[in-house]
Design a protein around this ligand. Structure first.
Ligand code: CO8
Length: 372
């Protein structure tokens, strides 16, 4: 069976960045406004007063210092508390396609390819801006790619599950050259008015080119093995969906945006992920000490420190386990791919590394690679 290689990666980084302090200042202005507007109900005990956020809490609880966003002023406007995007006509490129294309061009450039060389496009992301036609098919057309394309969603594990799907299709011969894009416009489905989660996410797009080794012009890593797992949990959930109209549930409802029980996620996902990685390595006869790099999902620094230590049996240094979440925050499925794309230097031929994502579902996806 043919080997599959990674021959290019790309990252699109939005133009705007919001620091924790900027975010907290606007959130606290919103809280003051809300509490003043509802002072009667609050005094009568009918609703609870909202409580201020804190930049120190955000950094200490998550390791996040800032996040990139597609639009900043709407998010920081205490009377709006969400991004404001201009509507687009059906004939214009969609926003997800546009940023995916940017990341894709970098990945294709690295691989020495053009769009027409690609025969499989997967748009793997934690939300899609419409149900159909698939955003991936639009990207396929914008790139001039052939073959076929489809959207998929496994929340934070979309990119790694997409890599496994594409690698398997290349091995089976249904595609030769695949592009997996993860345009994550998380700002559009985050509740910026909720202090428990308003700091967690940022926007970005990533792209990965996979090819059959025998056709690759510029292979960087061989995919040694992939492993995906899922286990149902309601602890990270978004209830927005097409049945809401029939359920008379359209409007400004909290559950149409990201919801989570962060503490539970933290406790339940840690053993799931460290066990998953240990099993994956065992199944491939690879020792943890053989891993020269861990490109982990970027949700929480404490979580990553714990997983890194559990996997390697010691505290990994910053080069072995690069973090990008201080600058990008949690970018859902794109996080481990940003780390992989930006922090793969210094590896020698034959060195092994592991990409691992985890999140809603629950879902865990790991990709074991070897430097060529
Ligand atoms: N400022 C000040 N205080 C705060 C704030 C704030 N902003 N937020 C909460 N607090 C308070 C709480 O109210 C609580 O107060 P009290 O003790 O009085 O009740 C106290 O701080 C502690 O709160 P927590 O227990 O919630 O704090 P944690 O230490 O657990 O940290 C985290 C919260 C950072 C959210 C942490 O639990 C975490 O990172 N958990 C893991 C979450 C995770 O990895 N989730 C993955 C989600 S990503 C995913 O699956 C993709 C989904 C699709 C993308 C969606 C895009 C929008």
């Amino acid at each position: 069976m043919v080997d599959v290689v990674v021959s290019g990666t790309g990252v699109f980084t939005p133009a705007y960045s919001i620091s924790n302090q900027e975010l907290v200042d606007s959130f606290n202005a919103y809280v003051a406004l809300y509490n003043a507007q509802h002072s009667g109900d609050i005094a009568a005990g009918r609703i609870e007063a909202k409580v201020d956020s804190s930049a120190d809490f955000i950094f200490n609880a998550s390791g996040i210092e800032r996040r990139y966003v597609m639009e900043k002023s709407g998010i920081l406007d205490p009377t709006r508390m969400g991004p404001q995007f201009a509507p687009r006509a059906d004939d214009d490129p969609s926003m997800m396609a546009e940023i995916a294309l940017d990341a894709a061009q970098s990945a294709l450039g690295e691989a020495g390819l053009t769009g027409s060389d690609i025969d499989l496009v997967i748009c793997a992301a934690s939300n899609h801006e419409r149900a159909y036609p698939a955003v991936a098919v639009e990207i396929q057309a914008l790139l001039g790619a052939g073959g076929f394309a489809f959207d998929m969603n496994v929340a934070c594990s979309s990119a790694t599950f997409g890599i496994q799907a594409a690698a398997d299709m290349i091995k089976c011969g249904s595609a030769k050259r695949a592009l997996i894009v993860s345009p994550e416009i998380t700002s559009g489905h985050l509740e910026w008015r909720d202090r428990d989660c308003h700091f967690i996410f940022g926007d970005v797009a990533t792209a990965v080119v996979l090819e059959a080794e025998d056709v690759a012009l510029s292979p960087k890593f061989r995919i040694v093995s992939t492993r995906c797992a899922s286990q149902f949990s309601n602890n990270i959930r978004n209830n927005n969906g097409f049945l809401r109209r029939a359920q008379d549930q359209l409007g400004d409802h909290r559950d149409m945006l990201f919801m989570q029980n962060g503490r539970k996620v933290f406790k339940e996902v840690l053993p799931l992920v460290s066990g998953h990685i240990a099993d994956h390595l065992n199944g491939c006869d690879v020792q943890a000490s053989d891993l020269k790099r861990l490109w982990l999902h970027q949700a929480n620094k404490t979580m990553n420190d714990y997983i890194g230590k559990k996997v390697l049996g010691r505290v990994p240094d910053a080069v072995e386990q690069p973090n990008v979440l201080q600058d990008y925050a949690n970018t859902s499925s794109a996080g481990s791919i940003i780390a992989f794309s930006k922090h793969s230097d210094g590896l020698k031929r034959g060195d092994k590394g592991l990409i691992c994502s985890f999140g809603a579902g629950y879902s865990v996806g790991s990709v074991l690679v070897e430097r060529l």
